[in-house]
Design a binder for this molecule. Structure first.
Ligand code: NA7
Length: 547
């Protein structure tokens, strides 16, 4: 509590703890936002975090096989050269425990823990117009007040457990991958049912299958997946990365998705079939999300996309021994990469194991959960453990998970009843001095996350610095700017992305959620330029006032 009352104490009332800024969440974004406001602007800041440690989504997603799909060295902060040089990533893709070690190291190195309250869940935040301050209440009835409220709640932190009749009567154990028990789960000798084959299910199935007596994979939509080709990062590779970090970061800033590679300038349709095949094969052998960058038009031209989709289906046919199972694993209802493309280690190979059964829910859907397992329209599967790899109420879920109210007591839940509306994904009209890091309407989940996170944190820090330098008390997006931005996000989504009917990008995975394409698909580099222009233009589209 060292910094409490340092600046705004006079404006806090007797009943609350006053700060310049409250940040909700201590994942990548909350940690860097704390560092930036404290070290660059010398603000008093408090971070409120519901978990017992730093980590955000990585704190909770400790399911078997949990690993980041970005290359480890790129899934890191770029703001400190010392940090870059002293940290050693041990593998091509970092596993969940390594990401946790990294974020704990960041917290310690920059002495961040002293300004974080752990085990502190925010239940409401309301803008008090009389005082011009945010009042934030926690589950333990502690009340904080602050000039600025910054949500660093992540995009994938509200778990989605589907409503399936009978779950409450299940006599075995069940878990959601996004809220995994800290002590882990022992699958040895157990019959396990896994529901869901998104990125998470695709990572988890091979690891669970290696332990369990039997694994039943309940698949609703087959998914395209590319081999990750994970491997240890040899000391020489680590040294080369460290020597070339400036150049790597430059490419990441230039790229559409914040990854350390650029989209090919060529169309899939302008090369011969042999050349195209050779390129796909090379990308398949190299592994990882880079496959998506093989040609520039995979997400804009259906015919181009079909060439990639056909190639992957052929690979599935080659890997999976039983042709009937291979057929059921082949996605046909959405273009490649229109849903977030998973990468895997031995996912399709897992279906060649004797102790793995694929249950195709498209033909025979789940009817109910019984006390002893899962009953589909075709059969009953006796189970000891059910694993829900069923994803998240993405992007809006974490912001609507607590009672957030702006001017006139208007609830965000009402403002967003028909879908999220923001200006640049950073602010919402009617919610002064509230900033939403990687909010809906920003590139966020379409990118390697640390890149959009750093960009938002730096933009917000500069904005608050500008306000303080010019004695401005409030900033608020205008309704006009928000409406224009909504149109721009929708226009940028005119790609193959919205064609994946069950995509969580569209909110389609949560029954009743408005179908709106939530992230901004116009590219990270382009978006960064737009935000910079807005700032250079005295924050055009925002109303700034002295109070
Ligand atoms: P996803 O990608 O949303 O995947 C969830 C999976 O669960 C997907 O296969 C769903 O099938 C399936 N699902 C959801 N509800 C049901 C029900 N009721 N019955 C059967 N199957 C269901 O979540 P992930 O956790 O894998 O990945 C989320 C992101 O985290 C990932 O993209 C990375 O960015 C990190 P569906 O496709 O809806 O038919």
């Amino acid at each position: 509590m060292a910094n409490a009352h340092r600046h705004d104490g006079a404006r806090a009332s007797a009943g609350d703890l006053g700060f310049d800024a409250i940040i909700i969440g201590a994942g990548f974004s909350g940690l860097y936002q704390l560092y930036s406001l404290r070290e660059r602007l010398q603000l008093s800041v408090r971070v409120l975090e519901r978990a017992a440690d730093v980590g955000g989504t990585w704190y909770w997603n400790r399911y078997p096989g949990a690993r980041c799909d970005s290359e480890s060295y790129s899934y890191s902060f770029s703001f400190s050269e010392h940090l870059e040089q002293e940290w050693n990533w041990s593998e091509r893709y970092p596993a969940q425990p390594e990401i946790m070690r990294y974020l704990r190291h960041v917290a310690e190195r920059f002495d961040l823990r002293r300004d974080i309250d752990f085990n502190t869940e925010v239940v409401s935040a309301r803008f008090d117009e009389g005082r011009g301050r945010w009042l934030v209440t926690t589950a333990c009835d502690r009340v904080f007040s602050a000039t600025y409220l910054i949500t660093a709640v992540g995009c994938l932190s509200a778990t989605n457990v589907p409503t399936i009749d009978g779950l409450e009567d299940f006599r075995g154990q069940w878990y959601h991958t996004g809220n995994w028990p800290p002590a882990g789960v022992d699958f040895h000798g157990r019959r396990v049912g896994q529901i869901g084959t998104g990125s998470t299910g695709i990572q988890a199935a091979p690891v669970i299958a290696a332990q369990a007596a039997h694994l039943y994979v309940f698949q609703r939509t087959p998914n395209f997946s590319i081999p990750a080709r994970n491997a240890p990062l040899a000391p020489q590779a680590q040294a080369e990365i460290k020597q070339n970090y400036a150049e790597i970061r430059r490419i990441m800033r230039q790229s559409t998705n914040g990854h350390p590679f650029l989209l090919s300038p060529q169309s899939a349709l302008e090369v011969t079939p042999e050349e195209r095949r050779a390129r796909y094969e090379a990308a398949w052998q190299h592994g990882g999300l880079r496959f998506r960058a093989t040609f520039r038009d995979l997400l804009t031209d259906r015919r181009a996309n079909d060439t990639a989709a056909d190639f992957i289906r052929e690979k599935i046919r080659d890997i999976v021994v039983d042709p009937a199972i291979a057929e059921r694993l082949m996605p046909r209802d959405h273009p490649f990469a229109a849903k977030r493309p998973p990468i895997d280690t031995d996912y399709f190979e897992t279906f060649n194991r004797d102790n793995v059964t694929l249950v195709d829910l498209r033909t025979l859907p789940i009817e109910r959960i019984t006390p002893s397992g899962i009953k589909t329209a075709g059969a009953e599967y006796p189970l000891d453990i059910i694993v829900f790899a069923t994803g998240f109420d993405a992007m809006t879920g974490p912001l609507l998970g607590f009672d957030l109210r702006g001017r006139g007591g208007r609830a965000l839940r009402d403002v967003w009843a028909v879908g999220p509306k923001t200006y640049l994904g950073l602010q919402i009209a009617g919610f002064p001095n509230l900033f939403t890091i990687t909010g809906p309407g920003s590139p966020s989940v379409l990118c390697n996350m640390p890149v959009p996170i750093e960009q938002h944190v730096e933009w917000i820090t500069d904005c608050i610095g500008f306000m303080r330098a010019h004695d401005l008390a409030f900033i608020e997006a205008t309704e006009d700017a928000m409406a224009r931005w909504g149109t721009e996000v929708a226009a940028a989504a005119a790609t193959l992305l919205p064609e994946a009917a069950s995509s969580w990008y569209l909110g389609a995975n949560v029954p009743g959620k408005p179908r709106v394409f939530m992230p901004y698909p116009g590219g990270m580099a382009h978006y960064r330029g737009l935000c910079d222009q807005v700032a250079a233009n005295a924050y055009a589209g925002f109303r700034l006032s002295a109070g």
